[in-house]
Design a protein around this ligand. Structure first.
Ligand SMILES: [Zn+2]
Length: 380
């Protein structure tokens, strides 16, 4: 092709320049997006310390300790954790923030009285703990989540979606009231049946059903990725669930493998977001969990407060499961500091306002009842 028109040459140069990666972190005039991810019941001990040798060697929990060791063990903690969570420890630890390493004076705890899932997700999403939520039953949540609030704000309308492996999420997000699309549990149908969705529906029908209320995470992940590509939400919440169920099953091997797979899914999501012109450098990723787990080999499969155990009128374990209120959080994005581990003390109820503030919105104005944002994680 010969080009001798100077205007045309200039236009081609402009076009080429526009196609180059932008040198600044974020274009100020383009809106920010949010991806919130929860990994059900993943302990801070594994996030910051990698696999736990006591649990690997405990015959009650590990069927194949040699394979677990070969895949994830290393004598150095820093090497161990990167083997288990390569995305968290390569990308987020260097470009974002982490909190919850109790050995390094960084503390994040649930504020609710129960230390199990529904109260935890409610606390994350509404910015308050609700003492009235005392079970994981399918009850419509009386509290309003920040997802519902965002959906009512100009620019976010109809661009907020949620995907969960556990079938209680439509109740937690109260789809009846909020009208938010929540694809969770064994749900397969979605309104826009793209080819990829039809394939996922089929995969979902063929996948083993290990638990009555929780589907496998690759299905949740697949639907979420497809929604990102075809529906371009500005706010997306993905709740992975396998980790908690494998732990309740008493399988440390599977809990660890599930945690590792989820880290790969996070990498997959982040790579995709950074390769897409709409999301690249404009998207905040926040990762956290609904509760911890016991901090001893006996307690590890479980989680509940003493009050929850008493309420269940359990004969054993009335003291609750120590450690299961201890959680963690990781975040990365254009409004998040790149500081690695941050020392301090925070509550689960601060996550909602932090998410809103990361979008440069004022939580005090739009969600005044929520606990305050974790300001030290944010650049502004
Ligand atoms: Zn659980």
């Amino acid at each position: 092709m010969t080009v001798n028109n100077p205007v045309r040459v200039f236009s081609i140069f402009m076009l080429l320049w526009l196609c180059l990666p932008h040198p600044t972190a974020r274009a100020e005039d383009t809106p920010l997006n949010l991806l919130l991810v929860t990994l059900d019941g993943v302990r801070w001990q594994e996030v910051f310390g990698g696999v736990d040798l006591d649990l690997i060697e405990d015959k009650r929990y590990s069927k194949n300790p040699e394979l677990l060791k070969k895949s994830y063990w290393h004598t150095q903690k820093t090497e161990r954790r990167i083997r288990l969570f390569p995305f968290l420890w390569s990308t987020i630890a260097t470009q974002g923030v982490l909190i919850g390493d109790r050995n390094q004076e960084s503390f994040l705890e649930v504020g609710n009285l129960w230390w199990f899932s529904y109260p935890g997700y409610n606390e994350i999403l509404t910015g308050q703990s609700d003492p009235a939520i005392v079970s994981n039953d399918r009850n419509w949540n009386a509290n309003v989540t920040f997802l519902e609030i965002l959906n009512g704000i100009n620019g976010f309308n109809n661009r907020v979606m949620a995907f969960g492996s556990w079938d209680v999420f439509p109740y937690i997000i109260n789809t009846q009231r909020s009208g938010l699309p929540v694809n969770a549990g064994l749900t397969t149908a979605t309104p826009e049946a793209t080819e990829q969705i039809l394939r996922l529906n089929k995969a979902s029908a063929y996948a083993p059903r290990l638990w009555p209320t929780v589907r496998l995470d690759f299905i949740t992940h697949g639907y979420a990725m497809e929604a990102l590509e075809s529906q371009r939400p500005r706010v997306i919440y993905i709740a992975y669930g396998e980790t908690d169920d494998f732990a309740h099953d008493g399988s440390y091997d599977r809990y660890i493998d599930a945690a590792h797979r989820t880290d790969r899914m996070l990498q997959d999501l982040w790579n995709w977001l950074q390769g897409d012109p709409f999301y690249r450098n404009q998207t905040v990723l926040i990762i956290t969990t609904d509760h911890g787990r016991g901090n001893t080999p006996d307690g590890w499969p479980h989680h509940a407060s003493a009050r929850a155990m008493a309420k269940l009128d359990s004969q054993d374990g009335r003291e609750g499961v120590p450690g299961s209120d201890q959680i963690w959080l990781a975040a990365i994005g254009p409004t998040i500091r790149s500081k690695g581990l941050i020392k301090g003390r925070w509550k689960q109820s601060q996550i909602a306002a932090t998410a809103l503030a990361s979008l440069l919105l004022d939580p005090a104005k739009i969600m005044p009842e929520a606990d305050q944002a974790m300001g030290r994680l944010l650049l502004h």
